[in-house]
Design a protein around this ligand. Structure first.
Ligand code: TYD
Length: 208
């Protein structure tokens, strides 16, 4: 797996606070004159991402294997379409995505198991850095409940296994050269933002 420089991802269970932290990161980056940045997320808001959202919301029903294929197809567009992750990171923008390959290895690993998630994602580049938001699933699900409607993976039995799934798959990224940081996501948004920034500061693009 190649490493895509200037590309970082946030990962964690549902309700672990990655979206909130993306917004705090946006403010921090906007207050600086450089580097240019692109903050994004998966599933994307493109056509395949929208189809995935319908399945996550329960409006359409898909086999877990089909969902795994759609997440990977959405990722391929996210990476390689014009103006996508690879192009931007390649020209020196800091790109941060809320979720990427690890989400598929963990969630689809649990939902459909077997080799399919790894096979579907095997050719995509690894990010330069992963921030894993570590939070007890009970606390995370309390947060999710406050949002209202639950998505298909937002149930205690599933989320209880997500944290352990990340702990199982993240070492392989580290072995291939991705910087992996675990942050304690139980703190206040500002505390967590501080930890996230310390992690991101390890990227050469933010040291320059
Ligand atoms: P997310 O947008 O983080 O959740 P929310 O809708 O609460 O903001 O992610 C949507 C869901 O999709 C989340 O349950 C994780 C799941 N997911 C996968 O199962 N596989 C993947 O490859 C990705 C990117 C997300």
């Amino acid at each position: 797996m190649n490493i895509l420089r200037n590309f970082a991802v946030f990962e964690g269970g549902d309700g672990s606070g990655t979206s909130t932290q993306m917004e705090l990161l946006r403010k921090r980056l906007e207050a600086r004159s450089s580097p240019p940045f692109f903050l994004t997320s998966e599933p994307t808001d493109g056509p395949i991402g929208r189809l995935i959202r319908s399945a996550l919301g329960g409006d359409i029903s898909l086999r877990p294997e089909t969902a795994a294929r759609l997440f990977a197809a959405d990722r391929g567009e996210h990476l390689y379409a014009a103006g996508g992750i690879a192009e931007r990171a390649g020209r020196g923008e800091l790109v941060v995505s809320d979720r990427y390959i690890p989400s598929s290895l963990v969630y689809q690993g649990l939902a459909c198991g077997g080799d399919l998630p790894g096979i579907l994602n095997g050719d995509f580049p690894a990010p330069e850095l992963i921030v894993f938001f570590d939070l007890a699933s009970e606390t995370a699900l309390e947060r999710v409940k406050k949002r209202g409607k639950r998505e298909i993976y937002e149930y205690p039995e599933f989320q209880a296994r997500v944290g352990e799934g990340y702990r199982r798959i993240l070492p392989a990224f580290e072995e291939r050269g991705t910087l992996v940081f675990t942050v304690d996501a139980s703190g206040s948004p500002e505390e967590v933002a501080g930890e996230v920034w310390r992690a991101l500061s390890r990227m050469p693009i933010l040291k320059a």
